[in-house]
Design a protein around this ligand. Structure first.
Ligand SMILES: NC(=O)c1ccc[n+]([C@@H]2O[C@H](COP(=O)([O-])OP(=O)(O)OC[C@H]3O[C@@H](n4cnc5c(N)ncnc54)[C@H](OP(=O)(O)O)[C@@H]3O)[C@@H](O)[C@H]2O)c1
Length: 265
């Protein structure tokens, strides 16, 4: 009989999720690793016998149902780590991309309803549910209409669910990471202050979840500044955000000009 504690991690094939997987394995957990990347999942399971890989797309209810069936022999999940997510930007607000918006909401928010439907029944009294949201919900950022809205939805979902699971003795932790170096942020073309590694993020999440904290935010030197700006009148943050956006588009225009010049040579 397996007496190791069990954690299910969505998005375990990359970035923060993969670092969480390594962290929990090092602390003697059995890890149910989820993602779409079958090669990566196979590799993770080959490298460590305590990894149970299940490949599925979190935007597909039927795939989630089938994934839950696959692990029906596992009696309980101690930690349900809802980490998988996508970040894409609305580059032209006037020509609003509704498909992009719907897709980001489906991946980051809508999926959680089905993940909870199929996996929460396995979390017993004393268990935990962890939502990896984002510090982006502390302030509005340009181009982040889709990502920010999806993560703000997660914040409400987590806080509301916490109230309803209290009587079941299931703790809910909401996580607000700042900038973490992963394939998701490698695509960003703007400055990311106080960037942490995914190992540092995983360590902070592991410590906070072990202490059954309801809210984690890091690095504090970033999130506390953001919380301060959120308390000030809107126009102060607006002028900073728009100034940054303007200098970014100037930089981009300059880069494009240089590329064109070089191509002509
Ligand atoms: N990096 C940051 O600075 C930062 C900051 C704040 C919050 N976050 C949040 O942290 C979480 C992890 O992000 P990350 O930076 O580690 O990103 P990442 O390296 O791109 O990893 C994203 C993970 O989500 C999985 N995923 C995405 N779409 C999926 C889908 N449709 N079905 C199943 N799995 C899917 C991916 O798995 P497959 O590719 O195998 O499908 C991958 O394992 C996200 O929720 C993100 O919003 C990140």
């Amino acid at each position: 009989m397996n007496i190791k504690p069990t954690i299910l991690i969505t998005g375990a094939t990359s970035g923060i999720g993969e670092s969480l997987l390594q962290h929990y394995l090092a602390h003697d957990y059995q890890v149910i690793a989820c993602g779409r990347n079958q090669e990566k999942l196979k590799q993770l399971a080959t490298d460590n016998a305590n990894v149970i890989p299940i490949a599925f797309d979190i935007t597909d209810k039927e795939q989630i149902r089938a994934a839950a069936n696959k692990i029906s022999a596992i009696e309980r999940i101690d930690i349900l780590m809802l980490n998988a997510g996508d970040c894409r930007y609305i580059d032209n607000a006037k020509a609003f991309d509704g498909e992009l918006f719907a897709s980001v909401i489906a991946t980051n928010l809508q999926s959680l309803g089905y993940l909870l439907e199929y996996f929460l029944p396995k979390v017993n009294a004393g268990g935990q549910v962890v939502f990896v949201s984002s510090s982006a919900t502390l302030l509005p950022f340009p181009r982040a209409e889709a990502y920010g809205a999806s993560k703000a939805g997660i914040d409400y979902l987590a806080k509301s669910l916490r109230l309803d699971l209290k009587a079941e003795n299931i703790a809910v932790t909401l996580v607000h990471p700042g900038f973490i170096k992963t394939p998701l942020t490698d695509k960003n073309d703007f400055a990311m202050p106080f960037l942490l590694t995914s190992e540092q993020a995983a360590n902070r999440i592991y410590q906070g979840v072990s202490a059954r904290k309801s809210y984690l935010h890091f690095p504090k030197r970033l999130t506390l500044i953001m919380k301060l700006f959120a308390l000030l009148p809107d126009f102060i943050w607006q002028s900073i955000a728009l100034k940054n956006e303007k200098s970014l588009s100037n930089e981009k225009a300059l880069k494009k000009k240089k590329e064109l010049r070089n191509n002509k040579k």
